[in-house]
Ligand binder design. Structure first.
Ligand code: SF4
Length: 411
């Protein structure tokens, strides 16, 4: 299989399809998907969720189309949506036709519960005539009974075979505008199924661990499965399936791709030290305050919150901006260089103000605007703390001595 080099990982070369104006596969940026939880017939409720999902990082949103009222809702939703809409179809082929009438930019069919070849081919021909792509969304939990029996269970081979059969029907009507998913709720099964699918097809693959459950376990399962495959160059679009507000799915999807260097940073990347005996502040509390303030402003910036000035600025020197605490003061640094020293109770405020300026004015300009004397002041704090606490902030050596003495005394 041909491969293309992209960032750290060699991405598997797939053909490209378009879901509305979002390219999927063929070297396009990996897209993030999520799904609304509202009744699709509730147009305003669904649209407001779609807007929230798009703001959190979703490039494409899926809505269920399970009844006529849902299809009618889609007719109002699609023209007002900020991102392309995919209709999720189970059991009822006529809902797929209705969704196409509503103008959706994509369909998702489940081959496990939409089974009649004539119906599948009719939907595919309609999609073909309108230039609308279809995802063949195989799911281990709803696999064809015959395939289940033939393969002795929902094996990776059975999932891939289900997609292959569906593709066969599509090909009979000359339709090939397709992406494929072979999801399972078990991570090893899902990984193996996608590996096989990536060998079997050159269609773009939509990754996901289905029914992963509530966070944090759901996030871990999704990440374990999707990140493993992405690191192997497999996957063109992703979705976390969480039992949570779908905004969390969209945000997680975006964060996964940014963390892996597969998408440019669009939002905040907060680095915070785990804190230790040296910490001069409540790192967890300050990190939360910073996160809330900066997420609200949606700044595309990497920010570090470090518990002490002894190690903080050095350890976080790659961050665009950071704050480290010491002797009741906050040391504000840009790319590891101290630019300002502020009282501790103003550090969050100062950090947020600097973040906004940094985004508009740029790193060089803000470095040039550093307070005169800030570096010297910071160095004095750092040295004083170092001398006060030394290398052994937790006083562990002294404790060990104490333990030895106690044991000796009682021996
Ligand atoms: S040494 Fe300082 S920066 Fe590093 S974990 Fe401890 S408090 Fe945080």
């Amino acid at each position: 299989m041909a491969r293309v080099t992209g960032s750290l990982y060699e991405r598997r070369q797939t053909r490209q399809i378009h879901v509305g104006d979002v390219a999927v596969g063929g070297g396009a940026p990996i897209s993030v998907q999520s799904m609304t939880t509202t009744k699709t017939a509730d147009v305003d409720g669904t649209l407001s969720q779609i807007y929230a999902l798009a703001a959190a990082g979703a490039d494409i949103v899926r809505c269920t189309c399970n009844e006529q009222a849902a299809a009618e809702g889609l007719a109002h939703i699609v023209p007002r949506s900020p991102v392309p809409i995919i209709a999720d179809i189970h059991f009822h082929y006529e809902m797929a036709l209705a969704a196409l009438e509503a103008g959706v930019q994509g369909l998702r069919l489940n081959p496990g519960n939409l089974r009649k070849p004539e119906e599948i081919k009719l939907v595919a021909s309609e999609a073909r005539d309108r230039g609308v792509p279809i995802r063949i969304g195989v799911n281990a939990g709803s696999l064809h009974k015959e395939l289940y029996e033939r393969f002795g269970g929902a094996t990776p081979e059975a999932l891939v075979e289900s997609a292959r059969m569906e593709l066969g029907y599509f090909e009979e009507v000359g339709f090939d505008d397709v992406k494929i998913s072979v999801k399972a709720s078990t991570v090893p099964l899902m990984i193996e199924a996608y590996r096989l699918a990536s060998e079997a097809f050159d269609h773009p693959l939509h990754l996901g661990v289905t029914e992963a459950g509530p966070p944090p376990a759901g996030l871990i399962k999704g990440t374990a499965g999707m990140a493993t495959l992405l690191a192997e160059g497999i996957g063109d679009t992703i979705r976390y399936s969480l039992t949570a507000d779908p905004v969390e799915e969209a945000r997680a999807g975006r964060q996964l791709l940014e963390a892996m260097g597969l998408r440019e940073r669009k939002g905040l990347d907060l680095i915070a030290c785990p804190s230790c005996g040296r910490a001069e502040i409540d790192v967890i509390g300050v990190a939360k305050q910073v996160q809330a303030a900066l997420e609200e402003k949606n700044l595309p910036i990497q920010v570090a919150v470090m518990g002490c000035v002894v190690n903080g600025p050095g350890e976080a020197r790659e961050a665009d901006l950071g704050i480290a605490a010491g002797r009741h003061r906050g040391h504000l640094f840009i790319k590891g260089k101290i630019v300002r020293v502020v009282p501790e109770d103003q550090m969050v405020e100062a950090l947020v103000a600097e973040a906004e300026r940094l985004v508009t004015e740029g790193i060089e300009a803000r470095l040039a605007a550093a307070d005169a004397g800030a570096a010297e002041e910071a160095e004095a704090d750092r040295r004083a703390l170092f001398e006060e606490k030394g290398k052994d902030a937790n006083a562990s050596e002294a404790r060990v001595e104490l333990i030895r003495k106690t044991v000796e005394e009682h021996h």
